[in-house]
Design a protein. Structure first.
Length: 209
């Protein structure tokens, strides 16, 4: 099993190299100091596994992952290493294509087991990271859901087109007061105070086609 290692801290990188070289079934394909070196090494060597620091100089680990996918180099299974264990960071790494994620306090045995696991086709995520990742996935799913009713979305769409409350009322065959009530509900749900802010926030959240 061939492995490319990328970490900009010499002492930590040497430790990773030692872990790989101590296993007879592992072969060190390359050791890299930054993201550009890691990208070039993975493209050239096509290793079974890439062990990448998240915060590499130049291209960070996630950027390397995305670039590899963009270029069609998907055979190498990547484990991301980071000092951070927050759900957003883990989610971003997995979404970018990582099949494993380890915090840097992981010991040699955990790292060896992770390399073997991902090389055999499994995904590696320590139990302590599950809750944070699950919370991040839930938060992102909720963000994609519209908090607005169908009628409120219609009122907001017409507002975005520059229609006045009176014009919206005429088109929807309701009273102007009803339109203003819908607008007030929209402001409350989007946590804004006026039309322009409502439209801007709705566009950022993908609530307007």
């Amino acid at each position: 099993m061939s492995v490319v290692i990328a970490d900009d801290h010499p002492v930590y990188r040497e430790g990773l190299v030692r872990i790989v070289r101590e296993q007879p079934e592992f072969e060190l394909a390359a050791e890299c100091r930054d993201g550009d070196e890691a990208l070039a090494a993975i493209e050239a060597k096509a290793p079974d596994v890439g062990l990448l620091d998240l915060h590499l100089p130049g291209r960070d680990g996630i950027n390397v992952l995305r670039e590899l996918r963009l270029r069609g180099h998907t055979a190498t299974r990547v484990v991301m290493l980071s000092v951070s264990d927050d759900g957003a960071t883990v989610h971003e790494a997995i979404a970018a294509g990582a099949v494993g994620y380890l915090v840097k306090e992981a010991g040699p045995n955990e790292i060896r087991d992770a390399l073997k696991a991902v090389a055999s086709g499994r995904t590696v995520l320590p139990a302590r990271l599950h809750a944070g990742l699950a919370a991040e996935i839930k938060e992102q799913a909720e963000a994609l859901e519209s908090p607005l009713s169908a009628r409120e979305q219609e009122v907001l769409r017409l507002t975005a087109e520059g229609r006045s409350a009176r014009e919206i009322a005429a088109q929807l065959i309701v009273s102007t007061a009803t339109v203003k009530t819908h607008l007030q509900h929209i402001y409350e749900k989007l946590d804004v105070s006026d039309r322009a802010a409502a439209v801007a926030k709705a566009m950022r959240r993908g609530l307007l086609d």
